[in-house]
Design a protein around this ligand. Sequence first.
Ligand code: 6PG
Length: 466
Amino acid sequence: MNDIGLLGLGVMGQSLALNIANKGYNVSVFNITSDLTRTFMETRAKDRNIFPFYDIKSFVESLSKPRKIFLMIVAGQPVDEMIQKLIPYLDKGDLIIDGGNSYYKDTTRRLKELKEKGILYLGVGVSGGESGALNGPSLMPGGTIEAYDLVKDILLKISAQTESGPCCAYVGNDSAGHFVKMLHNGIEYGMMQAISEVYDILRKVLKLSTNEIAEIFEEWNRGELNSFLIEISHKLMRHIDKSTGKPTLELILDKAGQKGTGKWTAEAALELGIPTPSLNAAVEGRIITFFKEDRTKLSRKIQKKYPDLTLDKEKIIEELKNALLFSNFILFSQGLWLMSEASKVYGYNIRISDVLKIWKGGCIIRAKMLDFYREIVDEKDDNSNLLNNEKSIKFLMEKIESVKYITNVAREYYIPMLIHNTALDYFLSMTEENLPANLIQAQRDFFGAHTYSRIDMEGTFHTIWE
Ligand code: 6PG
């Protein structure tokens, strides 16, 4: 009898199966198309403790009880279909683990449906791409503790290991695992957009070559900005396209794809009423890129009047570094506040400090600064908002002049900076006692008798304005 079954042999599934087998477990594998299983067995899985099955029944029957089945298939409808195919062969107490980027509300529904049948279910966020899955991903398991305990040992062993421990911990009840993974991706979108904005200034204002920008990013990666995304950015900038001899990056069309997790994050924020303008802007940023033809046409219609500025290259590079640190902090701050609210509303009971620990390695948003965010979270009982801390305010105020400077430079050169601008405006809004919402309230009351509150009296008021 094998220890665990892995269903779905796409790149992520194959890598995860190899990772589990490398840790000494016997793994049964199954894929809906048998050819892929055969190829996998003849190549990457050759001579490993990986055992192929070509029908669901024998795959399930090959597993020791309670059975543990890791689904690594495309999120959405395929997960529901596969669960239906598995159910007839499962017994009470068996466990299905969904390692895809499933929508958290689907996970809540599946948990409920399977609970009625006595089948355990875990929604596990898996981050780190193909190499993470093979060498150690960041794992965000959510569901019941009972379900987690069944696979805890395997998950801890296969996850990335850092000086703070394994990058896997039980994140919370119900669909907490997939909610946390969705938020990871929301922050991922934001960090990627922020880095791209900085790259844009370096190439368009300072007119640096891709290789020169790679050097700056490499230098940044040695300091506070150390992170997976900065690291891969400088590496990819050095890749040369063989047919043209140019940096490959310069040949890539500026239309960013997306599979929906960033959009779900923005939707969740709107639904829960938590302000996440920078996370939302990252999604909008990607959507705008898609309108390449419109952008091209419109760009020919505007006349840009470039300023006559003397540019201090070293200063701009230093300010950009600080601006990136500021906006990254704000992205995490918005994301963690949303996580904390979801935890309360959905009863997830998420330990934010643990989430920051498991994001420290293996995942796409891993960064040196996570230690600082965790320190802040650990300092107070109510860790719902990173801004509610002296250290946070000090950190951001030390960098605010850089963000103001950089966003001004960007404007002078007609360069959009959706993340940096929203991060600054978010910070200014959240730290402003008097916002002009009094006017909005008066307008609402004027046209719709929506009433308003006053600063000098208790109660609800309405005015006949004309
Ligand atoms: C990860 C990534 C991974 C995937 C993204 C890409 O954590 O390993 O987030 O899940 O690469 O979902 O998402 P987009 O296609 O939406 O950019």
